[in-house]
Design a protein around this ligand. Structure first.
Ligand SMILES: [Zn+2]
Length: 380
């Protein structure tokens, strides 16, 4: 399906205020590599080129293509930054992603948008560093939000703590996968982390579809939906510019977090992620990839191969470890070369472990055993 939306009327949409509770901040998990894997990673990264070595300082922009500017915003995590993009849109501007809901990000936006008219924000997906300030940008600058329906809906469900999107469902799910009471208690105490990063969500939005063409100024951007990292993640490709705004789907230095959700406990999001990234191989290899974390790069095929090899290697580790049945929690050190205590990281780690285990179950390499309410996996 290819829908063309040009000459939009950017009427300011009505807005709902949400002061709710919530959960899941999904960010890519920084992984420590074993020495062998590190060597491989560095070798593979030499296949990538980084044409913009200098980072834009907070509150400034760097032009990376005709009408495309790069800006970085701070994040209060180990992963300490997110890249956002500002597209020239005729006499106005469109933002791609909005930053984490913090006063620092607001101040940087105010500096960058001084003298500019921001008419739209295109949000790649619902995670707080991407969606966080969409409501504020709409209220203060009149920027209408565009987003996939999947992620818009999930954002509201998490913020409102509905059913399987609420903290108790997450705790129950992780307990079934063997997570110990101390780490469950830490996650429970952490409570609504999502709300901190997404203080408000616009009450209406323009919906994005796979294959949709969005006109931004003189450029056409094609939406490429991807799955496995978020409900319905929108990347944007402009053939004329040779640019892919990849969001979190293709990162140059860290692998994207892929996790099973409590609402879909038997799904195989790792396969979805592998399929979505494989689709990028159809793009020209000299495409400039604009990732949400790290620097813009070229070498799209090499990066996709590297990520696929990475997940295959992690799957091989799990197959070996599951010679005797194991649950996801005890496989975290196998997957990440260390055990993880920090609640924020535990959530990503166990979700990612379950994603690999489900993938191996669906591809008939592991069988799942349920005993005493705990799910374990055993090599076939
Ligand atoms: Zn994300």
């Amino acid at each position: 399906m290819a829908l063309v939306h040009c000459n939009q009327n950017y009427a300011l949409a009505a807005r709902m205020l949400h002061r709710l509770s919530a959960v899941i901040v999904m960010l890519p998990l920084r992984r420590r590599q074993s020495s062998g894997a590190t060597d491989k990673m560095e070798f593979m990264n030499s296949a990538l080129s980084f044409p913009f070595p200098d980072l834009p300082a907070t509150g400034t922009t760097t032009a990376v293509a005709q009408g495309v500017a790069w800006l970085r915003m701070p994040l209060p995590f180990a992963l300490d930054h997110i890249n956002l993009w500002l597209l020239k849109d005729g006499e106005n501007f469109t933002a791609v992603d909005t930053g984490f809901g913090s006063s620092e990000t607001m101040a940087a936006w105010d500096t960058i948008l001084s003298g500019k008219n921001l008419v739209r924000s295109i949000v790649t997906h619902s995670h707080p560093d991407h969606l966080g300030l969409a409501g504020w940008l709409e209220e203060k600058y009149g920027a209408q939000m565009w987003m996939s329906q999947g992620d818009y809906t999930v954002a509201h469900l998490i913020n409102a703590q509905i059913g399987g999107y609420a903290v108790p469902a997450m705790l129950e799910f992780f307990a079934r996968h063997g997570l110990d009471s101390a780490r469950l208690a830490a996650l429970d105490k952490r409570g609504n982390a999502y709300k901190k990063g997404v203080p408000e969500i616009p009450g209406s939005y323009r919906r994005l579809f796979d294959g949709q063409i969005i006109c931004v100024g003189e450029n056409e951007w094609r939406v490429m939906m991807g799955y496995g990292h978020a409900a319905e993640h929108a990347s944007l490709y402009c053939e004329k510019l040779g640019v892919l705004i990849a969001g979190d789907m293709l990162l140059p230095r860290i692998s994207t977090n892929v996790a099973v959700q409590p609402t879909n406990p038997d799904d195989d999001p790792l396969q979805w992620f592998l399929d979505a990234t494989a689709a990028y191989r159809a793009l020209p290899d000299d495409t400039l990839v604009l990732p949400s974390h790290g620097k813009p790069f070229r070498g799209i095929n090499a990066r996709v191969t590297q990520l696929h090899d990475h997940h295959a290697e992690r799957c091989a580790r799990l197959i070996e470890a599951c010679a005797t049945p194991k649950h996801a929690a005890e496989l975290i050190p196998v997957l990440f070369d260390r055990d993880i205590a920090d609640a924020h990281q535990v959530m990503f780690a166990i979700g990612e472990a379950i994603a690999h285990l489900n993938h191996l179950m669906h591809t008939n390499r592991l069988r799942r055993i349920i005993a005493d309410g705990i799910l374990r996996f055993e090599t076939i």
